[in-house]
Write a protein that binds this ligand. Sequence first.
Ligand code: SAJ
Length: 425
Amino acid sequence: MAFNRISVVGLGYIGLPTAAVIASRRCEVIGLDVSPKVVDTINRGDIHIVEPDLDMIVHAAVREGYLRATLNPEPADAFLIAVPTPFKAEDGKEHVPDLKYIESAAKAIAPVLEKGNLVILESTSPVGATERMAEWLAEARPDLVFPQTCGEASDIRIAHCPERVLPGHVIRELVSNDRVIGGMTPKCSDAAAELYSLFVEGECVKTTARTAEMAKLTENSFRDVNIAFANELSLICDRLEIDVWELIELANRHPRVNILKPGPGVGGHCIAVDPWFIVSETPEQARLIRTAREVNDGKPQWVIEKVKSALGDFLVKNPGRTASDVSVAVFGLAFKPDIDDLRESPSLAIAEQLHKELPQPLLLVEPNIQEVPGSLEGCSLVTAEAAIDKADICVILVAHKQFRGLDYSAIAPGCVIDVVASGRA
Ligand code: SAJ
C-alpha cells in the first residue's frame, strides 16, 4: 500500500508528535484539528504543548512543507485518529467511557474517505470502540463497504493501534516502542503495520482490534494496581510507624519483588482514567482494578489530613500562634517529577484543597512553572530556599530533581511531610 499522504486527526499530546515524526520521514502529513488556534500555531511552525524536542521537529516539518494543519478534512491514503477519550457520568454510573470525540472525528473524515483508505484509531478506547467507529463510518458512507460486513473484501481497512508513549519521552518512544496492531481483519492489520513501518523501529505485533484495545487498558491498569499497592503500603506503614521507603527498598532486594513508589495519588490523563474503561464494562469481574483506582484516588485526601494534623500539633506546641499565622509551603504541583504538566495532578488538587481550607495563602514551589495557577490565586510562587525560610510546615508532593538534597533542618520536627521521599529520590 502506498502512503503518500497521511491525515492525523487530533493534534494534541499524541497526534502532534505522531504527525511530526511521520512528516520527518518525508511523508506528506495533514493535521486535522477543531481548534483554529492550534491549527494557526502549528502552521507557524510552533507548538501548543510541552514535550522535549517536539518544537524542533514540528518547526522543520512545517518549514520543509511536509506538515500542515487544517480545520477541514481532506482526502488522504490513511487517517490516524488521536482524539481524547474521557469518561462521563451516565445512568447513575460515574465512569462511563465517552466516545463523543471519536464519533465526531469519524463523522468528520467520512465524507472524504476513498476506496483503499486505511483508518487507524490510536485513542485509548474501551473494548468495542473500533467496531463502533467502523459503524459510524459505514452509516455515513453507504457507498463503501467496511470490514464489519465484508471482511477482507472491504473498501476501507480499519485497525486499532493504541499509543503507548510516556509523556516527556514521546519522541523517542514513538519510534522505539513496540506497537500493538489490532486490525478488524488480518489485511487491516497488514495495512496498519505497513504504515507504522514508516517510522517505528520497535516490533509491530499484529492481533485483533478488541485485543489491542484491551492490551492498552491492561498496561495502564497494571501500573495503576501496582502504584495502588505502594500507596496502600504507605498507609499501613504510617499506621505501624514503619518507614515505607526503607521497607520497599528492603523488599525490592528480593529477586522477584519490584514495588513501585507511593506518592500523593495517581495523575495524568491515562492511568487514572483507563482502568475505569475495564471496570465500566465488567464491574463484577474487575474488582481488584476498581479497588486500586479507589486506593489511588483516596491518597490526596489522606495527604490533606496529614497536613491538617501537623498543623494541629504545631499549634499545640506553639500556644502563642493561631492557624491564621501558620505558613504552609507546598513543594511540587505537576502530576509527576520533572514536567510542567499540572493537568489531572493530585498535587495540584491537594494544594487547591489546602488553599480553600487554610486561612494563610500557601507558598508554592514549582520550578517548572512561571505563573501561579488560577485556582491558587493569592498564593505565591517562591524558591525552595525562600519557602523553607518562611514556612512553618513543608509538604513535599513531587520528587522534582530540584528538591533533592534540600535542607529542612530549620523546620520543626513533624512539620516536614515528605510524601515522595524527595531526599531519597
Ligand atoms: N506514579 C506513582 N508511583 C510510581 C509511578 C508513577 O505514584 O511508582 C504516579 C505518577 O506520579 C503520576 C502517575 O502515576 O501521577 C502516572 O505516571 P506514569 O509515569 O506512570 O505514567 P503516564 O501517565 O505519564 O504515562 C502512562 C504510561 N503507561 C505505562 O507506563 C503503563 C505510558 O506508557 C502510556 O502511553 C500513557 O500512560 C498513556 O498515554 O496511556
